[in-house]
Write a protein that binds this ligand. Structure first.
Ligand SMILES: *Cc1c(COP(=O)(O)O)cnc(C)c1O
Length: 963
């Protein structure tokens, strides 16, 4: 029997294709949208949008699309090539036990991982509370006055401490001291940063630090080999010479050790990884950073502060330097934007769950393991090198190679990178059997030691392995939040309570221009918690990471194909970090050609704030280039500025399509002009979602770009991080890509410094982008770009009659985002873009990007993942808001008594018996029909920003406030 209507097996298989799950609009919606735009096909729309001269001549070569099941099976096979050894390497990375209640309900929960940075605090009180807990945890452990929410990793936090030291010191010195017993990767990153700033560095014995006249110093406590020193006299001596002293430390050790703040440190920093965050071959992990209150205006990164809302309720927000790069540009304290929020939250939940007793117990268990191990070695005449320790024992054996081989044969990694000695770092998951196994490895069989006997001896004789004057005596984590959620039921509900306060992608579209909040598919997320990826230490021997190398190389090849570059570095762990790595490569390239005098970076006025902040990090002077009336780079001004700076031109930093959401026709000409003066083109790749498969930075003619894998390539934003910012480069820049002091990176200069602590940045989340590209295939990726453009143009078309679209390309099209202008309405009615942003919350929407790149505007980027149905709901909300503004314009409502001025409305607000508004309660809370069936309730009303900055409180409210 034959029947042509019956499908073949492969035709039937199309139903499992991922592409149609990733892309929002179906065939009928697509047809309706194209017809709304008056075009006959997608190709016509793209031809009207993307300049013909930059269209790629051939399709992407990333391979055919795989189904979810096939891609997962393939990646599992790759992952299985990683060897899961027991790692005692330490060096700032330790095995940890992620409490399952946190694993499933935070790390694996889209309610937490798909949220955005909390710039709209009224719908972000959950993660803001959790970040405040992180700050409180940091304050308690470090003994400092002020803590920030999170930084990228320990090594970059140390580099930030050096930059802070230079900002606040009264010393005239240009010299920075680094103790030689700081972790090697930290020294590496700080040295690179110092070179770029033009600081001199001396690495030496801590005891000799005050022999130098320095503006700052970096010490580590406990040191990289495990020793614990009381550096208080040294710190005082350095401070007497006006140096600012930073101390890198370990939060678990601080459960038992005197706080560095009590030793006099000016800055205390470290990694919160071992508080429940998997090692993941190097990250993502959150760094913590604390300093004196006096330096609060010089802090890098975000600080969460307590303020109050319109009703006087306590409410949280990002304090002070919110978006500081957009305001202070090249004078910003740092270029840090995306910064590990999800991981900071996991670490703070870990502390909430275990509480002070639980954490102390964990720390004591780790410490006891180290004591037992040291006692055993000493009993067998193996010399322990460090006189004191918390968790790390460095020791000397005559038969070093034999011991290493025995370890590897047993599936165990010792620390082997130090000359002559070996080291072992104990951790939360170490068992008695593990210690016994380590004795067998180090001493050979027949040593006769038993863990029980050694333990009993320590219990009866006591331990002096922590110096008496450095034993922690004060109690920590007394705040109620660390003392009431210790049963799993309580913990589960606390996590859920916070989650409910936050609006994330699992509720509605988050159309943040420039930020590309697209689908973070479940299949993409699944591999990151596979132990084959999650459990690897970043410094394991190369042959244990074959799976990682294969995955990273394949992803790298795909990204090279997509960007049109020749090489890629996976080291930068955020977009801004990628900008920095790219600018470092440019500077080193110029220097290598004897053109180190080039020191000017051109930046269009419309640039993202991280661009000028980054240029400043490579000591480049920023010269601004104007934009014309239609938002394009003013080419006449560009030519004039380039000619003016001439052979001092180092680079231009340009975003494409522009931050104005337009494909500029002149981009190739721009690249040619810059090159003709010997400059390099840095193309900010944040807007790659409008390029993939249609054009590419390399094809257009730029030299280097970062990719925000957490934008275009589906890594979720995590509420403000993690992210990844790998950089693609043309071959002439490849020799200047970052290397790594511990894990050499093939194909780049041996002496190149590192920009991040780990060789491949936050390698643990790269499987997300791998899965995305594998499941989309070349054709699917191109289709995603086309749909991103279709959705943005549909949005622009529908909104323009209500709120004028500010900039368009030559054929009247926008790229993948559009800016709507609120300024005329503001003038006419007094209603601001802020009021609109807050009123959208009543509809269950997160505001589009507010006032970037143009003040008084909203920038909307729907992405390809949103259906027409969802776009129409948002358009309905904006249309209703426009009607509300009209009523204010008409005088029907006054400017301060209308639903926009009072937005957002909380339940408490709506049910307040004293209702004196010019509008109905029902309408306030349910302004559109669709709202009622899926109402999102903001938990605080409009937050007072000014009050929060005037009365800066960055710790949890005092326990008394709870009684
Ligand atoms: C997001 C963004 C950046 C910074 O990236 P992070 O990962 O947040 O550091 C830089 N430039 C543009 C245009 C961006 O949108």
């Amino acid at each position: 029997m034959t029947n042509s209507a019956v499908k073949t097996l492969s035709q039937l298989a199309n139903h499992e294709e991922f592409i149609q799950r990733h892309i929002g609009p179906d065939a009928a919606e697509t047809a309706a949208m194209l017809s709304e735009l008056g075009v006959d096909s997608m190709e016509t729309l793209i031809a009207q949008t993307v300049p013909a001269g930059i269209r790629l001549p051939k399709p992407l070569a990333t391979g055919p699309a795989m189904t979810e099941a096939d891609a997962l099976a393939k990646l599992k096979q790759v992952a299985s090539k990683n060897k899961m050894f027991k790692s005692y390497i330490g060096m700032g990375y330790h095995p940890t036990l992620t409490p399952n209640v946190i694993l499933r309900n935070v790390l694996e929960n889209p309610g937490w991982y798909t949220a955005y940075t909390p710039y709209q605090p009224e719908i972000a009180q959950g993660r803001l509370e959790s970040l405040l807990n992180f700050q409180q945890l940091t304050l308690d452990l470090t003994g400092m006055e002020l803590a920030s929410a999170s930084l990228l990793d320990e090594a970059t936090a140390a580099a930030e401490a050096m930059a802070l030291a230079k900002r606040v010191t009264k010393s005239k010195s240009n010299l920075y001291f680094i103790s030689d017993d700081v972790h090697p990767q930290t020294i590496d990153v700080v040295k690179t940063r110092a070179e770029m700033f033009g600081f001199d560095v001396v690495v030496g014995k801590a005891a000799e630090a005050d022999a130098h006249d320095v503006f700052g110093a970096l010490l580590q406590y406990p040191s990289t080999n495990g020793d614990i020193r009381n550096d208080s006299a040294l710190i005082a001596a350095l401070q007497a010479k006006k140096a600012i002293v930073a101390v890198a430390t370990d939060p678990m050790a601080l459960m038992l050790l005197k706080a560095p703040g009590q030793l006099g440190a000016d800055v205390v920093l470290g990694s919160a990884q071992r508080f429940g965050v998997p090692m993941a071959y190097g990250g993502p992990h959150a760094a913590f950073f604390a300093t004196r209150d006096a330096y609060k205006r010089s802090m890098p990164g975000r600080i969460i502060g307590v303020s109050k809302d319109r009703r006087g309720n306590s409410a949280l927000r990002m304090a002070m330097q919110t978006r500081e790069q957009h305001i202070r540009r090249e004078k910003a304290n740092s270029n840090i934007c995306t910064a590990q929020v999800l991981l900071a939250n996991i670490a703070s939940f870990y502390a909430v769950y275990h509480g002070p007793q639980g954490l102390k117990n964990i720390a004591e268990r780790i410490h006891r393991s180290a004591d037992i191990f040291a006692a055993g070695l000493t009993a067998k005449n193996v010399a322990v090198v460090n006189g004191h320790w918390f968790d790390t024992i460095t020791f000397n054996v005559a038969n070093r190679a034999e011991v290493i081989n025995r370890a590897l044969a047993a599936g165990v990694n010792l620390r082997t990178d130090m000359a002559d000695v070996l080291a072992v770092s104990f951790h939360e998951a170490t068992s008695k059997a593990d210690i016994a196994e380590l004795f067998d490895i180090v001493l050979g069989s027949g040593h006769g030691l038993t863990v029980e006997a050694l333990d009993a001896a320590i219990v009866s004789e006591g331990s002096q392995s922590i110096p008496a004057d450095l034993v922690r005596t004060d109690s920590v984590l007394g705040h109620p939040v660390f003392n009431q959620y210790h049963s799993e039921t309580e913990m589960l509900r606390y996590i859920k309570k916070l989650e409910n306060k936050d609006l994330a992608l699992n509720h509605s579209m988050i159309s943040l221009g420039s930020c590309t909040m697209k689908l973070n598919a479940t299949a993409e997320m699944i591999p990151i918690t596979w132990p084959e990826f999650a459990s690897l230490h970043p410094f394991v021997p190369r042959d244990q990471a074959d799976g990682y190398y294969e995955m990273i190389n394949e992803l790298g090849d795909w990204l090279i194909n997509i960007t049109g570059y020749d090489n890629i570095s996976m080291q930068p762990n955020s977009g801004a970090q990628g900008e920095y790595a790219g600018m470092v490569a440019i500077r080193k390239y110029h220097e290598s050609r004897g053109e180190g005098h080039r020191n000017i970076c051109l930046i269009p006025v419309s640039a993202h704030g991280t661009n000028p902040a980054t240029a400043a990090m490579t000591s480049y002077d920023v010269v601004l280039v104007d934009c014309d009336k239609s938002g394009n780079i003013d080419m006449a001004d560009l030519k004039a500025k380039a000619a003016e700076v001439g052979d001092r031109l180092a680079a231009i930093m340009v975003t494409y399509p522009s931050t104005h959401g337009v494909f500029e026709e002149s981009i190739r000409e721009l690249c040619d002009i810059i090159h003709s003066y010997g400059g390099q083109v840095y193309m900010d790749g944040a807007n790659m979602n409008a390029q993939v498969g249609l054009t590419s930075p390399g094809f257009i003619g730029s030299d280097v770009s970062h990719l925000n894998l957490h934008k275009t390539f589906c890594i979720p934003h995590g509420g403000g991080g993690p992210g990844m910012g790998p950089i693609g480069v043309k071959s002439h820049l490849a020799p200047f890509l970052p290397n790594h002091a511990v894990v050499g990176i093939e194909g780049t200069g041996r002496n190149n410094g590192a920009v991040s602590a780990a060789p491949f940045g936050s390698a643990g989340i790269l499987p997300i982008s791998w899965m995305y590209i594998a499941m989309m295939g070349g054709e699917g990726l191109k289709l995603a770009t086309e749909y991103a453009i279709l959705n943005a143009n549909y949005m622009a078309k529908k909104l323009d009659p209500l709120f004028p679209v500010l900039y368009r390309g030559t054929n009247g099209r926008v790229a993948h985002e559009c800016i709507i202008d609120i300024r005329p309405l503001k003038e006419a009615s007094g209603i601001t873009e802020m009021d609109i942003a807050k009123r959208l919350m009543d509809f269950g929407y997160h505001s589009p990007t507010m006032s970037f790149p143009v003040a008084g505007t909203l920038m909307i980027e729907p992405t390809e993942s949103e259906s027409k149905a969802e776009l129409d709901k948002f358009i309905e909300a904006m249309s209703t808001i426009r009607t509300e503004i009209a009523k204010v314009e008409a005088g029907e409502w006054t400017v301060d008594n209308n639903p926009l001025a009072y937005a957002p409305h909380t339940m408490e607000d709506i049910f307040d018996p004293a209702w004196d508004r010019a509008y109905e309660r029902q309408y306030a809370a349910f302004p559109a029909k669709y709202v009622a069936e899926n109402k999102f309730w903001p938990t605080v009303t409009r937050i007072d920003d000014v009050y929060g900055d005037r009365n800066l409180i960055c710790s949890c409210p005092s326990p008394e406030a709870y009684r």
